[in-house]
Design a protein around this ligand. Structure first.
Ligand SMILES: *[C@@H]1O[C@H](CO)[C@@H](O)[C@H](O)[C@H]1NC(C)=O
Ligand SMILES: *[C@@H]1O[C@H](CO)[C@@H](O)[C@H](O)[C@H]1NC(C)=O
Ligand SMILES: *[C@@H]1O[C@H](CO)[C@@H](O)[C@H](O)[C@H]1NC(C)=O
Ligand SMILES: *[C@@H]1O[C@H](CO)[C@@H](O)[C@H](O)[C@H]1NC(C)=O
Length: 248
């Protein structure tokens, strides 16, 4: 209960700041990001990728909302780790007996490590959005490995965290259905973020669950275990009973 109340306070404080922050041109995301880097629940110094000038005002507003969600959803994860530790059912469900130092370190890295070289761009520079208009929400640029392209399909398919549990269970829609969680997964494609230790080793639910159950060394190296943990913890924190769905 306390968790929920303090979050609401932090978030609503943050929103009023964000609303008051000027957004004059698409290249100056600093104003919004300064507001985000204020005292956000769970994190004192979140950092953000640069939004390239090819993102228009609407793209920037939607991406900033998603970035704010990424801070919020990871803050719940961090608080849960700190408060309940490795014996927590949420922890063992997704990380088994994997190292909490690794898990905590990954969340810290994702949210607060420097993102000076990270760029989100909206111009489909390599043409993969156009080639996959109904399936690619974005892509990591192999020719410019700190850059991520966000496709128009991102804005139509990804949902705000506030809608968690509305479209179906986490198992049904998948954690990347939520824009904030999807962006955290996109960070993990970047070497500066993943440190070549975390990647998409397996993405099928049964494999993710199996990692936690009997291969925890790999559960804590697998992107989707982190994404499921975040969605599971968040949904059960903000909606009574959560909406994980059936794991088997
Ligand atoms: C942002 O704008 C400034 C000048 O207004 C320009 O020098 C800089 O290259 C731009 N940055 C990006 C990422 O577009
Ligand atoms: C911004 O770009 C999107 C495509 O990403 C487009 O649908 C939208 O109309 C543009 N909005 C403005 C205000 O230019
Ligand atoms: C973690 O669990 C696995 C399988 O259940 C077991 O083989 C391994 O020894 C355990 N590791 C630690 C560090 O407890
Ligand atoms: C754990 O997963 C890794 C990578 O998928 C695999 O190589 C290894 O054999 C698995 N170990 C066990 C005990 O299943």
């Amino acid at each position: 209960m306390k968790l929920i109340c303090s979050t609401l306070t932090a978030i609503s404080l943050f929103s009023s700041q964000a609303l008051g922050a000027p957004v004059y041109n698409t290249n100056s995301t600093e104003e919004l990001q300064t507001a985000v880097s204020g005292d956000v629940f769970g994190w004192s110094h979140p950092t953000f990728p640069e939004l390239y000038h090819t993102c228009n005002d609407t793209n920037v507003r939607m991406l900033n909302a998603a970035l704010k969600d990424s801070v919020e959803v990871s803050a719940y994860a961090k608080q849960r780790l700190l408060k309940y530790g490795v014996d927590d059912v949420y922890y063992t469900r997704w990380f088994g007996n994997g190292s909490i130092f690794t898990v905590m370190g990954v969340f810290d890295q994702l949210v607060e490590a420097s993102k000076n070289d990270l760029l989100l761009r909206c111009d489909d520079i390599d043409g993969l959005c156009a080639a996959h208009p109904d399936t690619y929400p974005g892509y990591h640029r192999t020719s410019a490995p700190s850059e991520t392209v966000i496709c128009d399909y991102f804005y139509t398919s990804k949902k705000p965290l506030s809608s968690i549990c509305f479209d179906g269970s986490i198992v049904d829609v998948g954690p990347k259905h939520y824009a904030g969680i999807d962006l955290l997964h996109r960070y993990l494609h970047i070497a500066a973020m993943n440190q070549r230790e975390v990647s998409e080793l397996v993405e099928e639910l049964n494999e993710i669950v199996a990692y936690a159950a009997d291969n925890a060394t790999y559960a804590v190296k697998n992107t989707d275990n982190y994404l499921h943990y975040m969605a599971d913890v968040y949904s059960s924190s903000v909606v009574a009973g959560g909406c994980l769905g059936n794991l088997s």
